[in-house]
Design a protein around this ligand. Structure first.
Ligand code: FES
Length: 571
């Protein structure tokens, strides 16, 4: 490709004062002049941060990408963007997903970048980077940081999903403070993101299923030398992608999105997948709806025996054959001709894959579980939909009618959940309001509310829980999430009162508040918003523009893209 076709030539091939300025300040980093002579400039968009521990090793991977870019004749430039550490960011990392996407979009467009490698890992760092890149639509390749090795404690493998069990055990006095602290170090013992099929792993699978990464990106452990190799090969490949003008929109077709939905069902991915995939589709201009998640995952069984739906960890998946082996098992259930970043189709990439452990990867005929995918529920409680993950739920509760115990917000929940006087039993349905996109704000991961201590003491392990919030991908239970419209907008969820009855009927995709329309209208006439709206700053912007969960919770003005043209082309 001649340099006149490179975006970066608008900077680095310039004559006169402008070209002098563009090149001279790059040279203060020790860049020789021939790096500016028609070489594709590859941005390495890095979410490394010591405050995002899951991504703490991404500077090492960036060095490997640079090697590959140089080997292929490109010019690598690493740049930082805001990073979101799921465990530390308050009130919730999801509040800032859209902000990071703006940072990524504007950073790519504003700079002399011909192709970009996105380095991500912890939950929100993946969708935010992909969303931002979609709105620019230049050649893009994704590398995930990779999962941690599984933890070991007291002779057992442990991972993030055990945190919920440890919490319940410590509430019941079955685990001491010392054991708790010891388990922390035993669980998070290597670099990388959560080792179970939580949201980070789900996002890594998503990018591989969409065709945005090289094969096996999803499961090579963070500390495995082969992740460094994958990074170096990705660096080589992105240079070729620039020459082939393989823009994101050539890969992200509707078929690619449907593949991602089906693969997500086969691996038991997080419910957060729904929100992120909808937002990405909105950016690249692919027509995708909430209903598609139910329609296209309905007949896909759970092939992967991975926590939280099963037993094993991401490193086990890699040893068992990785995602290509699952894709091969799925065969023509997928759109096998969908193109991927390495120039081969998703079917071609899986041709030589093999399953090495049938306990970890099942077949379509003999799956690990029949129940999988994302269920989309509708009814008068969720006119625009709600979601649940049946593989992580209790089968007996998939049809359940119960009296409601309402928590008006998360503070109300914390204040009363362990009150011995709280009227609640195993048949009750817990409803949590005001944890949605606008109400929380940022749609917190609190939907899998811990059960009351007094019921845990009775040996109860699951109850139906309903909210307009999200659930950690590492969580489990019969949990209905993303109720839309949310309570803070005065959706029907806002009108639920203590003692009402709700019917959950998963087989019929029904979520019904058993209260007459007249009574609901009466309640609505008296309803007033209770959650605070920010008066300034990013949160003000977010609360005034965030869309509802069933649309992907992007901000209305960010949908679509603006291409890679800069607004003005001179200093
Ligand atoms: Fe970062 Fe789980 S906390 S991936």
């Amino acid at each position: 490709m001649s340099s006149k076709h490179l975006r970066s030539s608008n900077w680095f091939a310039r004559k006169g004062k402008d070209g002098f300025i563009y090149r001279a300040w790059m040279k203060n980093q020790g860049v020789p002049h021939d790096m500016f002579e028609g070489k594709p400039v590859i941005g390495i968009c890095n979410t490394w941060s010591e405050l995002t521990p899951c991504n703490g090793h991404l500077r090492e991977l960036a060095e490997m990408v640079k090697k590959g870019v140089l080997e292929a004749g490109g010019f690598p430039v690493e740049f930082p963007v805001m990073s979101l550490g799921e465990t530390l960011v308050k009130p919730t990392a999801m509040l800032y997903r859209n902000l990071v996407s703006m940072d990524v979009e504007e950073s790519i467009r504003a700079n002399p970048i011909d192709g970009v490698v996105l380095l991500c890992g912890c939950d929100k760092t993946t969708p935010s980077l992909v969303m931002g890149a979609c709105s620019v639509n230049i050649p893009t390749l994704v590398i995930s940081g990779g999962p941690m090795l599984k933890g070991h404690w007291k002779g057992k493998d442990i991972g993030t999903s055990d945190i919920w069990r440890f919490d319940a055990a410590s509430k019941l006095g079955q685990m001491t403070e010392e054991e708790f602290i010891e388990a922390e170090a035993c669980m998070a013992r290597t670099q990388g993101h959560c080792a179970v099929m939580g949201t980070a792993s789900t996002m890594a699978v998503m990018v591989e299923a969409l065709g945005l990464s090289l094969p096996n990106n999803a499961s090579i452990p963070a500390v495995d030398a082969r992740r460094k190799v994958l990074s170096q090969l990705s660096g080589r490949r992105i240079v070729e992608m620039v020459k082939e003008e393989m823009h994101l929109s050539k890969i992200l077709t509707r078929e690619a999105f449907l593949n991602a939905i089906k693969v997500n069902a086969a691996i038991g991915g997080s419910t957060n997948f729904v929100i992120h995939l909808l937002a990405i589709a909105g950016r690249i201009g692919v027509d995708l709806t909430l209903a598609d998640f139910d329609t296209y995952s309905r007949d896909i069984p759970l092939l992967a025996n991975l926590q939280p739906s099963g037993t094993y960890y991401l490193e086990d998946l890699y040893y068992a054959g990785g995602l290509p082996a699952i894709i091969k098992e799925m065969g023509n259930v997928l759109h096998e001709s969908s193109m991927t970043v390495n120039g081969k189709t998703i079917g071609e990439n899986a041709t030589s894959a093999q399953v090495h452990d049938r306990d970890i990867i099942g077949t379509l005929k003999t799956p690990f579980k029949e129940a999988s995918g994302i269920i989309v529920l509708k009814g008068n409680l969720a006119p625009d939909g709600a979601v649940m993950k049946p593989s992580a739920a209790t089968t007996a509760l998939l049809k359940h009618q119960g009296k409601v115990v309402v928590f008006e917000n998360i503070e109300d929940y914390h204040a009363r959940i362990d009150d011995p006087a709280l009227e609640i039993d195993a048949t009750s349905i817990m409803v949590l309001k005001n944890v949605g996109p606008r109400g929380y704000p940022g749609m917190a991961e609190v939907g899998n509310m811990a059960l009351p201590k007094k019921l845990l003491e009775q040996g109860i392990t699951d109850m139906v829980r309903i909210s307009d919030g999200r659930m950690s991908g590492t969580g489990f239970g019969t949990v209905v999430l993303h109720v839309s419209p949310e309570a803070a907008l005065g959706g029907p969820l806002a009108l639920v009162e203590n003692g009402d009855t709700i019917l959950l009927d998963v087989a019929n995709r029904l979520l019904s508040l058993q209260v007459s329309d007249e009574v609901l209208a009466e309640r609505k006439s008296k309803w007033k918003p209770t959650e605070k709206m920010a008066t300034r700053g990013y949160v003000h912007l977010y609360q005034n523009h965030v869309e509802q969960a069933h649309l992907g919770a992007d901000m209305d003005f960010l949908k679509g893209g603006s291409g890679s043209e800069v607004l003005r082309d001179s200093h």
